[in-house]
Design a protein around this ligand. Structure first.
Ligand code: FO1
Length: 335
């Protein structure tokens, strides 16, 4: 089976690792492709950083930092320490030595004229990754975060407010430097309307036997993928079943700030809220199937989206002996 996974960084990487391990243990019956968000990408210290791609590649290569989920295992920080002596203002974004090497190689290859998908394929292959990892686009599509003006009352503003109240910051400045505070007025995928899907992306969706939406942040990881022209259309028209995994358990993300992001776009922070945001395929939305955590079953069953998508409840926290069950449920065609 050709299985295509739409994903962001840390959560998506963990899900891919679970699928990849299941696949290997079962004689590799599936061909796995990951279509990865690049809205978080930015330039730091002159280096092109692609956090979601790197989180996916490092984890699939077994090189990820097991504590953070992003960055490298057994990392050292000699470069960052030296930089901190001279430019302490840039150390809010932590790049370890091995991560710097990886980003330097990416930057070098991009400057030589290679596309992000070529660079990603080359680095993933040299790290020994078996999953095909595709950036959703080779074009820069930075996620911009619209924040209320400092000291203002967020409730009194809207994104469309005349007079340009508020400030716009790069995604990493909001997520890492400001620790996802305050609740934004909105998010913009800058340049997405003119971007092109990277080679292989639309085919990977159109010709898949199964498309999985990883339990990634629905607002800042999955929505930016859907903003690339052709991607949403490929999803709604593929003959593959499209099955999503809820990123929320008991209304909370396992990690990260999905609840804050959902609040910013006015979506309830529940499995049903996210499923409703993606929509039921039979009504022009994305989902044929939806996997939720067992603890959310009662609440979800009572919702209207629960009547319109096929769903299953199971223990959805990775690790804790659940991985095999999650992979088997996600890869099952009879959901
Ligand atoms: N996340 C942090 O919370 N703090 C960091 O200093 C940080 C550095 C970093 C460096 C490289 C990289 O690939 C990822 C990094 N991340 C860091 C994670 C990352 O920026 C976010 O988790 C994602 O962009 C959100 O998906």
């Amino acid at each position: 089976m050709k299985v295509t996974v739409l994903c962001g960084g840390v959560g998506g990487a963990k899900f891919l690792e679970v699928l990849d391990r299941w696949n290997t243990q079962h004689g590799s019956p599936h061909e796995l492709t990951a279509v990865v968000n690049v809205g978080d990408d930015f330039t730091h210290l002159g280096l092109r950083v692609s956090p979601d791609i790197d989180s996916v590649v490092y984890r699939l290569a077994g090189l990820n930092n097991p504590v953070h989920g992003w960055g490298r295992r057994d990392e050292t920080h000699r470069v960052a320490q030296e930089v901190a002596r001279h430019l302490p203002e840039v150390t809010w974004f932590e790049l370890g030595d091995l991560d710097i090497a990886n980003c330097a190689m990416r930057t070098h290859l991009l400057h030589e004229g290679h596309t992000l998908s070529e660079v990603t394929a080359r680095l993933a292959s040299s790290y020994g990754v078996g999953v095909r990892v595709l950036p959703v686009t080779d074009d820069p599509v930075p996620t911009l975060v619209q924040l209320p003006a400092e000291g203002s009352d967020p409730a009194s503003l809207s994104v469309d407010a005349p007079g340009g109240q508020g400030i716009t910051v790069l995604f990493q400045e909001w997520w890492v430097q400001r620790k996802a505070q305050p609740v934004p007025l909105g998010f913009v995928s800058h340049g997405a309307g003119e971007a092109h899907p990277a080679p292989g992306v639309l085919d990977a969706i159109a010709h898949a036997d199964l498309v999985l939406i990883a339990p990634s942040n629905p607002v800042v990881s999955i929505t930016p993928l859907l903003a690339i022209p052709g991607v949403r259309q490929a999803l709604t028209s593929t003959s593959a079943r499209v099955v999503g995994l809820s990123p929320l358990i008991g209304g909370r993300p396992v990690r990260g700030y999905a609840d804050t992001c959902l609040a910013a776009v006015g979506v309830e922070s529940t499995s049903a809220g996210v499923a409703g945001m993606y929509g039921a395929r039979q009504e022009g939305g994305l989902l044929d199937g939806w996997l939720i955590d067992a603890g959310d079953e009662q609440d979800f069953a009572a919702t209207s989206i629960g009547q319109r998508v096929s769903w299953r409840a199971l223990p959805l926290i990775f690790g804790q002996g659940n991985d095999e069950v999650i992979a088997a449920a996600a890869l099952s065609v009879d959901l």
